[in-house]
Design a protein around this ligand. Structure first.
Ligand SMILES: O=C(O)C(=O)C[C@]1(C(=O)O)C=C[C@@H](O)C=C1
Length: 277
């Protein structure tokens, strides 16, 4: 059976992302405490793949993860766009009145600010991941303590849902990359992740963007990341839609971009995950 390392433990949104990507295919889930250890699991062959959150539609990009991917030369072989539905979970018998502390992942706290503002007396604690909090509440029988997490976590750790769908914005999505230590050829890929630098001359980034426009490549995301070893110089990550099937235009665009960039790496060519509402 193939394995996927996730940041956090089973029942987390990373676990949900694995389920969405692999559907009915049985995968072994490897719990890993940090994004760095997920990368190490993949590099050292402990896991075939790593699932890594890269951005949230409300909170934005997880910048250090871009650097982890490039520093360790990982390949992006898939994408998951997961609707994030947050629920308030606690031991059976608890009520909104009996709760005095909420512990969960900082992203979850950020995404549920409006709900939490209604309960100013609650102590809010940032922890490693939503599912680990659910597990601890269950195993240590933590009275008066709630977490914010998924329905999967509620089921797995026998917690009750005290309040459903407490995220501020109903359209709340997190995008994840599926990572591998070796490249995998994905037939008819519809998306590519490019990583490049431009020099500090006027219009150098615009040149790259114009080439992509000329070949009708839609940019779905562009992210600048500080270039290690330099002061205020940046590398760029661009995710683009590719036509799928005939990749002639895409290849021609890459050839032209190479001439205008310091370096150009293709981090992955994979299938786009379309948002399903
Ligand atoms: O704590 C979890 O359950 C996670 O999977 C982590 C994480 C994140 O890294 O942003 C994933 C998706 C949600 O946006 C909240 C938390």
């Amino acid at each position: 059976m193939k394995s996927v390392s996730i940041q956090g433990i089973r029942g987390s949104f990373h676990h949900e992302a694995v389920n969405r990507f692999f559907h009915d295919q049985k995968m072994e889930i490897i719990d890993s405490p940090t994004f760095k250890t997920v990368v190490m699991d993949v590099i050292n062959g402990k896991a075939n793949y790593g699932m890594m959150a890269i951005e949230n539609s409300i909170a934005g990009a997880i910048l250090p993860n871009y650097s982890l991917i490039t520093k360790y030369g990982l390949h992006i072989i898939g994408e998951v766009v997961l609707p994030i539905k947050h629920h308030l979970l606690a031991l059976p018998g608890e009520t909104l009145d009996s709760i005095n502390e909420v512990r969960t992942h900082p992203m979850a706290l950020l995404q549920c600010e409006n709900f939490l503002e209604k309960y100013p007396s609650w102590k809010l604690l940032s922890k490693d991941d939503t599912a680990t909090c659910a597990y601890h509440i269950h195993i240590k029988k933590m009275k008066g303590v709630a977490t914010i997490g998924s329905k999967l976590a509620a089921q797995m750790y026998q917690l009750h849902i005290l309040a459903e769908n407490i995220h501020d914005v109903s359209d709340n999505y997190t995008r994840f990359y599926l990572l591998s230590a070796t490249p995998e050829k994905i037939e008819n890929f519809t998306k590519a992740s490019l990583y490049f630098t431009t020099d500090h001359t006027m219009g150098s980034l615009a040149k790259v963007l114009n080439i992509l426009a000329k070949y009708k490549m839609n940019i779905t995301k562009i992210q600048s990341v500080p270039l290690t070893g330099s002061i205020f110089q940046y590398s760029f990550h661009a995710d683009i839609n590719t036509p799928g099937g005939d990749d002639t235009n895409y290849r021609m665009a890459l050839n032209e971009i190479k001439n205008t960039t310091g370096f150009l790496h293709i981090l992955g060519e994979y299938k786009e995950d379309k948002i399903k509402k």
